[in-house]
Design a protein around this ligand. Sequence first.
Ligand SMILES: N[C@@H](CCC(=O)N[C@@H](CS)C(=O)NCC(=O)O)C(=O)O
Length: 216
Amino acid sequence: MELYIGNKNYSSWSLRPWLLLEKHKLKFQEVKLDLGTKDFYDAIKAVSPTTKVPTLIDDGLVVWESLAICEYINETYLSGEAWPHNNTLRAQARSLSAEMHSGFNALRSAMPMNVRAKRDIVFTESLEKDIRRIEQIFAEQFCQFGGWLFGDWSIVDAMYAPVLLRFQSYGVTLNDEAKGYVKHALDCPALQKWCAMAACEQEIVACNEVGAPASL
Ligand SMILES: N[C@@H](CCC(=O)N[C@@H](CS)C(=O)NCC(=O)O)C(=O)O
């Protein structure tokens, strides 16, 4: 199984399926491509119809879109373990995952994932709205489960992992309940492993370098 990903410092979509594979200690070959370069497009167009990462190749099967890749890995290698067992909780976890996959556009464009950066940015109304919705999700789930969003780690935690790193980079302040989830989730060894590798990368993707160096 090969997972094509982008730079660990910048590629938020790549992080999600990578985290799922890593958390479950599944064997896979990582093919890392340097976003925005000719080599990236040459390599990815040979394997992916969307020319985007992440893309998974498993025994000739091509799977693209981060959430579809997570679903495929879960069904094929994890016997469904990566969603909550309870039908109601699974529906809620899938709703939150789909919400992340399809939304939060203001947050995505104003706060690109940039793991090693600490930046000051302008918090517009639409950005605040996205942040407060995520704060509400984290707080509600943390009050109910006190750890991962639905008790055990699941795909929805992978879907929200890049947001934790964005909040760190751009100094987002949250209420205590939401902070409880963020602290718990940032302690995850698999996520820390990704961050450590991101910190060693040298490439700069200029369009993801937003804001000014943090004043603190
Ligand atoms: N909806 C897609 C988004 C994938 C995506 O936009 N990936 C970015 C990197 S994080 C990419 O490949 N960008 C290259 C490009 O758009 O040319 C998913 O969930 O996988």
